[in-house]
Write a protein that binds this ligand. Structure first.
Ligand code: ASP
Length: 356
């Protein structure tokens, strides 16, 4: 009898709290973690060895390794892939992006975290920023030290990423990349160091915000098109056109361009010297590639940071080339792939590189 009375009281209290809005206030945001592998899921035979295998640990084990994560969000995991991100592919990008669009369309999901290797994390993040159609937060994270390493930073990075994805301040900021207490815009961030935990930086525009044990703040807004304002969509797309990157250097041979065109490239990004420069012979080969095969050549740079400006040392129109602005070669490739897939013509290309 007493037990029944207590149950009745509990029930009435729950009804009253729901009516007054208390129950909603205490509900945690729902954050879905999509795992793709990387060093954050890597393991080694020794805690003090730099050699390890990436993409070994499953998502549930990773979640269990993060103390307090369930207090900041209602988290659940899903394994999309388990690869070192050097093996990231267009196929996985499309799978990931379609799944994110599907999840974010549901009222049950408030934000997404993606665990990912660091090598190509900036590429995946930029790709997603152009094709994910939602204002809800999407955050990628990873780690430079494997999960079995001494001072592994993966669990704190994952905790912070979940906190960012769960926070309403993060809405409308596009895809973000968070490692080492920093929040970066997908478009602006680059892996700048091969081994250091402070590898991820946005050398031109600076970071978007900071996060400290889950407490976060933003310093600026991203200023290019992404998400709902992006014209690119992957609906119904199963493949993207081939776009290759050629690294420029002194005295490079012009037949490199012909080789890529013959291999089937529909676009080429040159990681040029300095301000997107290349030998005169390569420029002439680029012009020929467009005139004879419709292959569009974008000028980016092999320099770690800086702008590639249109009409700098020659007129781009004379060679049908496009200047990448501050998009590094890997990201310029992604934009060119999406633009070509969307049927964009050369006449529209510079505008896309200036605004995306
Ligand atoms: N090769 C690894 C990867 O990108 C490196 C890392 O995650 O830090 O998956």
């Amino acid at each position: 009898m007493r037990a029944l009375k207590l149950k009745m009281i509990a029930f009435l209290m729950a009804v009253a709290m729901t009516t007054m809005g208390f129950a909603q206030d205490t509900a945690l945001p729902n954050v879905k973690i999509l795992a793709t592998g990387g060093t954050i899921a890597g393991s080694a035979s020794s805690a003090t060895s730099g050699s390890y295998s990436a993409g070994q640990v499953g998502i549930q084990t990773m979640i269990n390794a993060v103390p307090g994560i369930k207090k900041i969000a209602d988290v659940s995991g899903e394994q999309i892939a388990n690869v070192g991100s050097q093996d990231m592919s267009v196929e996985i990008w499309l799978k990931l992006a379609n799944r994110i669009n599907e999840l974010l369309a549901s009222d049950d999901v408030d934000g997404i975290v993606i665990t990912h290797g660091t090598d190509t994390q900036e590429e995946t993040a930029y790709f997603l920023s152009l094709v994910v159609k939602s204002d809800k937060p999407v955050v990628t994270t990873g780690s430079m030290r494997s999960s079995t390493s001494i001072s592994a930073e993966g669990p704190l990075n994952l905790y912070n990423a979940v906190a960012i994805a769960a926070d309403s301040q993060s809405k409308g900021k596009g895809v973000m990349v968070s490692l080492n207490d920093q929040i970066h815009a997908a478009r602006d961030v680059s892996k700048m160091n091969t081994t250091n935990v402070n590898s991820f930086q946005s050398p031109i525009k600076g970071m978007l915000g900071g996060v400290f044990y889950g407490r976060l703040g933003f310093f600026r807004e991203p200023n290019t098109k992404f998400g709902n304002s992006s014209k690119f969509s992957i609906e119904g797309i199963e493949k993207l056109p081939r776009v290759d990157i050629i690294y420029a250097y002194a005295d490079m041979s012009p037949d490199l361009i012909d080789m890529h065109v013959k291999a089937g490239a529909k676009g080429i990004v040159i990681a040029g010297v300095g301000n997107g420069n290349m030998t005169d012979a390569i420029l002439k080969a680029a012009k020929k590639a467009y005139e004879e095969h419709g292959v569009i050549v974008v000028r980016s740079t092999r320099a770690a940071t800086g702008w590639v400006l249109r009409d700098n040392e020659f007129k781009d129109d004379d060679y049908h080339t496009v200047a990448s602005g501050d998009l590094n070669p890997a990201k310029a490739r992604i934009l060119l792939m999406l633009a070509l897939s969307n049927g964009e013509k050369l006449s529209e290309m510079q505008n896309l590189f200036d605004t995306y």
